[in-house]
Design a protein around this ligand. Structure first.
Ligand code: BGC
Length: 479
């Protein structure tokens, strides 16, 4: 009988480090602890919050209606422009859903987003985006004129309240964006105003969250998909819900047997601080963020914050416990100096003397670490990464429980998930802990890396919205 136990919890205390530090390390491990009972408790509360979010009254999790009510069969056709506003880049693509069923081709260009645009008046952000789309069209579509508008699907990965698929009122910025002038306004109208100003011949036909794009892109090739999720700078998940189970859209008159994709916006889980154990490091990160009290779950687990949590723990150990003693560790005072990739790189170093960690600490913080210091750093990365992975699993498990999903695939996009192998293994272990799958069966719910949500996913949503599908036998996913 094969046991599918993959990843031991909790991480072991590091060997061969000064004895007097062990109580402190053990204390930190407890503070970041997420044992099985805690995971189950968090998941149960998560399920209730997912349900509350679908009611008029609402709760911490917005559970935004995406108005994506049709799902791909592989027969979708057409050429679409897609635009994805990510944390660091803007990606413009032309996607052709082509002759071969389920096939596609695309051309893309990435434009680096100037850092100052994260907080500049929002019109500057839209003007910059319009300029990039203009350049892309010049390069690839010079034959198009202003009369012949290209259909554009806009992947905008922030919480928006949508009355239809072509509009969205920004509820709040996340991921440390804070451009004034957008919250409370329809961002599609704002973007189109900048496009018109610059005479860019496009028409936004669909506003798409990255999770919904991932869900639909995964469904295009794998009918087993049940959840689309992003674990990157931010984190969030989307799934398909029965309209009859959504009291807050009763008035919309949708047929009760129809279904709609829900963008959970679960990064806001537990904003009312009922179940998550927030450490002083988490509280400080929130206190220094542009939107305090918001996205508290995201601030504990997502890529934007993982390196920052590790930095703060290292700094505390440096100040109080002699870590990096007699070193100039002043770089440790720089917020966000460590990125999520620091965690995955540290955990990739399997050498006995942790030479890889030495180089990472030298490059990242300018410190010359001793072997015990590298072992301690590795341990801290493990406890921070483990907590994130296990709490992330709670959100996925909660959707499965809510929708009674017993088997299927979670399509996940995002650099942190895709490049951090041990993180993925911990997520699957935590799913086992929560769902109590017998040791001798393979995971009934699996995670699949899905990288084309904001391109193909958004284009498919545009095609489905415009009805551009071939009338063939529908054989897509059954939700
Ligand atoms: C946003 C979501 C998005 C997620 C992943 C969160 O901060 O609120 O809309 O899906 O990040 O990009």
């Amino acid at each position: 009988m094969q046991a599918f136990q993959r990843f031991p919890y909790p991480p072991s205390l590091p060997a061969e480090v000064p004895e007097d530090l062990l109580p402190k390390l053990s204390e930190l491990r407890d503070e970041f602890g997420t044992d099985k009972d805690h995971l189950k408790h968090v998941t149960d509360h998560f399920v209730k919050e997912l349900e509350r979010g679908l009611t008029e009254e609402g709760g911490d999790i917005p559970m935004n209606i995406t108005w994506v009510t049709d799902f791909p069969t592989g027969n979708e056709r057409g050429k679409y422009l897609t635009l994805d506003l990510g944390g660091t880049n803007l990606r413009v693509c032309e996607v052709s859903l082509s002759a071969q069923k389920g096939d596609f081709a695309f051309t893309q260009r990435k434009y680096k987003l100037p850092e100052n645009l994260r907080s500049a008046p929002v019109v500057e952000l839209w003007d910059f985006i319009a300029e990039c789309v203009h350049m892309f069209i010049e390069e690839h579509h010079s034959e198009f004129s202003a009369e012949e508008k290209l259909p554009l699907a806009f992947t905008f990965s922030y919480p928006v309240l949508q009355k239809s698929i072509k509009e969205g009122i920004l509820q709040r910025w996340t991921k440390d964006y804070s451009c004034p002038g957008a919250e409370g306004n329809d961002i599609v109208a704002q973007l189109e105003a900048s496009m018109d100003k610059k005479q860019v011949p496009v028409e936004v036909v669909a506003l798409v969250n990255d999770t919904t794009g991932t869900l639909i892109a995964t469904a295009y090739r794998d009918p087993q998909v049940r959840i689309g999720s992003i674990f990157s700078t931010g984190c969030n998940s989307a799934y398909v819900e029965a309209c009859s189970a959504i009291p807050k859209i009763k008035h919309a008159g949708l047929p009760p047997d129809s279904k709609v994709a829900i963008n959970t916006e679960c990064g806001a889980f537990d904003n009312s601080c009922k179940v998550l154990r927030r450490t002083r490091f988490d509280k400080d990160i929130d206190a220094c963020s542009p939107r305090q009290g918001q996205q508290l779950y995201e601030k504990i687990i997502a890529g934007r914050y993982l390196g920052e949590i590790v930095r703060r723990v290292l700094l505390e150990l440096h100040n109080n416990n002699g870590l990096f003693r007699d070193q100039d560790a002043s770089e440790l005072n720089t917020p966000h100096i460590l990125e999520a990739s620091f965690l995955s790189s540290v955990e990739e170093d399997n050498s006995h003397l942790r030479e890889g960690v030495y180089s990472l600490l030298k490059e990242g913080l300018g410190v010359e670490s001793t072997v015990p210091e590298r072992r301690i750093t590795r341990f801290l990365v493990e406890i921070v990464g483990t907590r994130a992975a296990r709490l992330y699993a709670c959100g996925i498990a909660a959707i499965c429980k809510k929708r009674d999903i017993k088997t299927g695939v979670v399509g996940v996009d995002g650099s942190t998930f895709n490049h951090y192998t041990r993180f993925r293994l911990r997520v699957t272990q935590a799913m086992r802990d929560i769902m109590e799958w017998p040791d001798d069966i393979k995971d009934p719910i699996t995670f699949e890396v899905s990288e084309d949500g904001s391109g193909v996913g958004a284009a498919l949503i545009a095609a489905l919205t415009l009805g551009e599908t071939q009338p063939e036998v529908a054989d897509g996913a059954t939700w």
